[in-house]
Write a protein of this length. Sequence first.
Length: 255
Amino acid sequence: MKKLLLLPLFHALVASLLLTAEEPTAPKAFLDKISALPGWKMLGKKDFAQVNCDPETFQFGDPGSVHCTGKPHGGLRTAKSYKNFEVAFEWRHNKHAGNAGVFLWCPRTVLDKLPRGRLPQGIEVQILDLGYEENHFKKKGKHSNWFTSHGDVFPVGVGRMKAATPEVTYKDEKGNEYKVGKPNSARSFPTKRLTRPKGKWNHYYIQAEDGTVKLWVNGEKVNEGRECTPNEGHFVLESEGAPVDFRGMKLRELK
């Protein structure tokens, strides 16, 4: 009987130790700096409205926490429309090669008419598991030359954008260089490859102000999109086939 009573305490202790030992997604100084900015609002269920998914597609837990099943394809928009704002959150893919993202400045006119199974339009900040690139390499025998898993920013549908980094050169594990993108690409590629794999938490900090989008991944600024249109609209969570978790999702409106 004593052994049975001790088991729950043991499991609780193990869980506590694992939580304490969890790798931080960004340097403490960086997280403290953005947390100290005034006006943050933790986002919950009441801050969002349905677009074209099922009621159970986006499941809310603690304040700032959302689980997306990935089915069907579509989105969940904020109740409010924003022009200048910042958003910060952690995300974790639960499936190898999982695909997801968030959209900025999605027009209400587009969202209200979006058919079931269709994705939002505006400026997308992609959330892509490393397995997506791995699968491409296995299938093609070479690195992708048009996307990465490390925070691409690009226009979709009615969106328009000037890429800060339309073309970038990376080095693989063997030191071989390869290019992604092209000089006239509207898709902007990250200057660093910082995304952690499936099952690990990542941190995104996004500034959307005066038509310019800036992205920090795990505490480092890696990407930017300029001259974005539209530059006012809804912040939208994307569902694109894979289960993904969000936590600590907060937004602050800028003047």
